[in-house]
Design a binder for this molecule. Structure first.
Ligand code: ARG
Length: 480
């Protein structure tokens, strides 16, 4: 039976709710204690195979480590260990090749692998010695999460490199910087692009932090309380390459903080990508015209022939909501759970998997979109050259001549008001004002204002040069 055909989670068999639908085929793990088989409804609700089968590599890795440990403490003979390891290899091959036959009794990937190993090798029946699915699943999810964190970190780095490349190529180009989406002060385009790059750097940091807490071995905690058998959890820890080892078996099987940490890190990436997406949408609008999207990364309209739509950016914006849902939904599922394992915790996987899949795809698509976007720097400059965008520079000019800032603000504000009222251009009014004059008016010349904010981390092309260097360092493999 294939996974798709197993009937798990399929509405078609819900008709038998309440009946004992499992039949003799559905031999359960706990059959010794039960007289009847499980109902169809229980199976459908209970089974996690449809979504946890993607952890098969991790499950097999965990079983290998456990079997190696069992032999090291003389619970398995060397021959038994080798037989089980060979069977595990075979099962992995079958799963990779897609010809693993799932059985109706396979409740989850753990039971599926164990069943098949035992079919292939009688000593497989000893594989679960001293182990529970509680420490097993926690181990699997940790291993899966570690790999996912590494993959997503690489993709974030990739987007950062794309932003860096665009920032380097931007040279001295500049655009209006905004607050309240109102033109504020001109900034170098590289400065703006790097702002997103630094946001993503904090995401890499958060992922590393989540990784640290994920990187703990919990195999050997048993169902909840350890084991009466002479297990040595440090052996499976070393086999699996985990940096840390659990201290408390109850906490080990009940802890899903690492899932929450990872979901939060992923959600913050989603929030950041939504902000990048929103800017791309605005910048691509006819009204702004700051960027031209590549055809390969934009869509058309089924009805309006002239349309070129920034769907990727819109999806990046929309997926943020989905990620927030995954995080909050998961937290709601684990809130208030008594120690230790509760089946509610099976609800950790779907939000986690979905969040990783969502962030992976969004990062890839946005990376391609940004990498292929043309920046219309002449349009940006034309907007940034509005004399009003240099108003703060005029006030600061007055400050350097000894005028208190509040007073300078009022003087320039009045000139702006008069210019807007049609009494003359701002340059003319500045020129005519004896407190300002020609030196101040020169600040209003196109391209001058942006060069003036040269302070550390500021928006002038000059200040950005050293920032670029710091950013290169930060994202290099040897950087922070
Ligand atoms: N499929 C389960 C999960 O994902 C595995 C653990 C089951 N443990 C148990 N005590 N029933 O959480």
């Amino acid at each position: 039976m294939t996974l798709e055909g197993s009937g798990a989670n399929q509405a078609s068999s819900v008709g038998s709710v309440g009946s004992s639908g499992g039949g003799p085929e559905r031999l359960q793990l706990w059959q010794g204690r039960f007289e009847g088989g499980p109902s169809e409804a229980l199976q459908q609700l209970n089974d996690s195979l449809p979504f946890d089968q993607r952890m098969f590599r991790e499950d097999i890795a965990g079983s290998r480590a456990h079997v190696v440990m069992l032999e090291a403490v003389a619970i398995l003979t060397t021959a038994e260990r080798d037989g089980v390891l060979a069977a595990l290899n075979r099962v992995e091959e079958e799963l990779v090749a897609g010809d693993f036959e799932f059985a109706a009794s396979d409740e989850d990937i753990h039971t599926a692998v164990e069943r098949r190993v035992t079919e292939l090798e009688p000593a497989g029946a000893k594989m679960h010695t001293g182990r529970s699915r509680n420490d097993q699943v926690a181990t699997d999810v940790r291993l899966w999460t570690l790999a996912a964190i590494d993959e997503i970190t690489d993709l974030v780095r990739r987007l950062q490199r794309t932003l860096l490349g665009k920032a380097e190529a931007a040279g001295d180009a500049y655009l209006p910087g905004y607050t309240h989406l109102q033109q504020a002060q001109p900034v170098a385009l590289a400065h703006h692009l790097l702002a997103h790059g630094w946001m993503l750097n904090r995401d890499v940091d958060r992922l590393a932090d989540a990784r640290r807490r994920t990187d703990v071995s919990v195999l050997g905690a048993g169902a909840l309380a350890g084991s009466s058998l002479p297990l040595d959890p440090s052996i499976s820890q070393n086999e699996l390459g985990f940096s840390g080892l659990f201290d408390n078996s109850l906490d080990a099987v009940a802890d899903r903080d690492f899932v929450a940490d990872t979901l939060y890190a992923l959600t913050m990436i989603g929030v950041h990508l939504s902000r990048i997406g929103e800017e791309l949408i605005i910048w691509a609008s006819t009204e702004f015209g700051f960027i031209t999207l590549d055809d390969a990364f934009s869509t058309g309209s089924s009805m309006m022939p002239q349309k070129k739509n920034p769907d990727i950016a819109e999806l990046a914006r929309g997926k943020g909501g989905r990620l927030i849902g995954n995080l909050t939904g998961f937290l709601a599922s684990v809130k208030g759970l008594p120690l230790t394992y509760n089946k509610d915790m099976q609800e950790d996987k779907e939000p986690l998997f979905d969040a990783v899949d969502t962030v992976r795809l969004t990062l890839l698509a946005l990376d391609g979109m940004i990498g292929s976007t043309t920046f219309n720097t002449d349009v940006m400059a034309a907007q940034a050259n509005s004399p009003y965008a240099a108003a703060t520079d005029l006030a600061e000019y007055l400050v350097t001549n000894g005028t208190p800032f509040r007073e300078a603000h009022a003087i320039v504000g009045e000139a702006v008001r008069n210019a807007l009222a049609g009494e003359g251009t701002l340059a003319e009014l500045v020129m005519a004002d004896e407190r300002l004059g020609p030196e101040a008016a020169a600040i209003l010349e196109p391209g001058v204002s942006v060069t003036r904010r040269t302070t550390h981390g500021g928006g002038s092309p000059h200040a950005v040069a050293s920032q670029l260097e710091r950013f290169r360092q930060a994202i290099s493999p040897h950087g922070s």
